[in-house]
Design a protein. Sequence first.
Length: 265
Amino acid sequence: MELENKTALIFGGSGAIGSAVGHALARQGAHVHLGARTEDRLDTVARAIRAEAGTADTFEVDVLNEQATLDQTARLAERIGGIDIVVNTTSFMHDQGKEIGELSLAEFMQGITPFMISLFNISKAVAPHMGGARGGTIITVVAPASRMAAPGHLGHIVGCAGIEAFAKALASELGPQNVRVLCLRSHAIVDAVVAGSYTGKLFAPKAQAMGLSVQDWLAGAAQGTMLKRLPTLSQVAETVAFLASHHAGAMTGSVINMTAGLATE
């Protein structure tokens, strides 16, 4: 197993992507710690991982609260003896659809502020407990909007671009302490809504405006890619597991493109 004896923290661990990543890392031998704001959904994911003979624990954390994130992460790192892998799958509701004439400043910032606050707080909290001889990897899952030029997505586009820029800058800071920093840029994930992702609510207004169900809207989105299909939860999770392994040990400051050819550099 590629991640045997590794300790992994998954922020947003109760969501569709976070739980899929938790299963994938546990199958590779990692001891997974799932973090989110509420314990109930985390416990469900952890039990499912243990039912597959994986090792999983949970911790409550509000990643929008800087001091709470620092304190909770420090206590956890002290208890478990350090951190090897961090995966940020946190996400937040934001506006997609309004153009600037009808978009308020608050709606614009919905696509930027919580995403950057959580990324900053998580990164600041985990960095002191990673690296050295054991190394470390921080991976953030991001939507593909940084390479889009589409109306009605101003805040979302700027927010995604900020996440990718932050990761590259952080990689330059943490490289000397043997910590890699990566972004995984994924298109809409075809089976995430069925798995309970908040994107069902996010995509619903766009789908309804076109007279479509969310699943039909996703099928249309797939046709806009080179491969004519969208990534799956399994593909995203297994790619995260690869990026966290020694096989990807020379990769840092990079954005890995899993958009089925929608967004290219």
